[in-house]
Design a protein around this ligand. Structure first.
Ligand code: ZN
Length: 337
């Protein structure tokens, strides 16, 4: 995607190359080449690193032996990050456990303010799921849920950690979420996707499913992991922009507003519609694809769904025609300049 590779990722890639690591591999064997590793019951703490970059001393890493195995593995990879990344200096780094199942908010709350922790986490994710290896697996699977399950098993990582990493390797226009107990547990999207991920903590209804979530998606894949249902959707990058409807977009907009007996402030609604179309248009232009009506309809479709303020408007049967007309109008105006 032409993104700059962060230095901590490059350090992880160096370790992957040096030891020719291909999942599955033993992280313990690798970290033992760099540190003395002790497994002990250290309540409330994932791991501790001592004597990092202290001259003439071998670092010591203590891993909480009561944590689940998958978590201990991630901790070892994380502590190796502290040992390898040159600017991680200190005699002692303690990594406070933030809950058994690493959820998005817990993780963010514990780590967001500490840049070194995020770097060690990105180092760990790259070590356990090397980008190069991952990009070889992506084209092998049409079904993203199967790909995800394969990565989780092969790399022995949590579904959440691997979903975040996997999303970085997937093409644009893909969203995912994990839900259980009618609630979104975590979510995300691949680079270049216009649609927002479903909000963490928001209500997820099985009764409404699948029609209420990305109903315009081209594919939906699902699997189960750790009590969560994990969903992946492929969204269209283009949608046909031709229609036989003779009305212009303004007329269609008026007709829909009348049809849905909109009870709120109509000026504000129109303002919202314009705002969403404007943001979809600029996101689409920034992506740098061919600028055409088919692409703009798809971009708008992705931006419009799962927004409370325009739900009724979006659910109207003529909504797509409205977008088609609007997109053609915008493109024609842009091209005539
Ligand atoms: Zn740490």
């Amino acid at each position: 995607m032409g993104l700059k590779i962060p230095p901590e990722i490059k350090f992880a890639q160096k370790i992957v190359r040096r030891h020719q690591l291909v999942p599955p591999f033993s992280v313990k064997e690798i970290i033992e080449k760099y540190a003395t590793v002790i497994f002990d019951d250290i309540p409330g703490v994932d791991g501790v690193s001592l004597n990092i970059k202290v001259p003439d001393k071998t670092p010591t890493v203590v891993v909480n032996s009561t944590a689940p195995k998958v978590r201990q593995r991630f901790t070892m990879a994380h502590e190796l990050g502290h040992i390898i990344i040159p600017w991680h200096i200190g005699t002692l780094i303690a990594d406070v456990a933030d809950g058994i199942e690493l959820s998005q908010s817990e993780h963010e709350a514990a780590y967001a303010y500490w840049e070194l922790e995020k770097e060690a986490n990105r180092f760990a994710a790259e070590l356990l799921m090397p980008q190069e290896w991952l990009s070889e697996q992506v084209p092998r699977y049409e079904n993203i849920a199967e790909l995800h399950e394969f990565v989780v098993k092969q790399c022995n990582v949590s579904a959440w950690t691997s979903a975040i990493k996997l999303a970085l390797s997937l093409p644009p226009h893909i969203v995912f979420c994990a839900e259980s107990n009618n609630e979104i547990q975590y979510s995300g999207r691949s680079e270049g996707t216009f649609a927002n991920p479903l909000l963490k903590g928001s209500f997820f209804s099985k009764d409404l499913f699948p029609d209420s979530y990305y109903p315009y998606s081209t594919d939906h894949y699902t699997w189960r992991s750790g009590g969560n249902n994990i969903h992946w959707w492929r969204l269209p990058s283009t949608i046909d922009s031709t229609t036989t409807d003779i009305r212009n977009w303004k007329k269609i907009q008026e007709d829909i507003i009348v049809d849905i007996s909109y009870s709120g402030n109509i000026t504000e609604l129109k303002h919202s519609l314009n705002g969403i179309i404007g943001s979809a248009n600029s996101m689409y232009m920034r992506l740098g694809d061919d600028y055409n009506a088919e692409g703009l309809v798809a971009a708008c479709m992705q931006r419009f769904h799962n927004r409370d303020e325009v739900t009724k408007f979006v659910e109207h049967p003529d909504f797509k025609i409205f977008l088609q007309k609007r997109a053609v109008d915008i493109i024609n105006k842009a091209l005539s300049k």
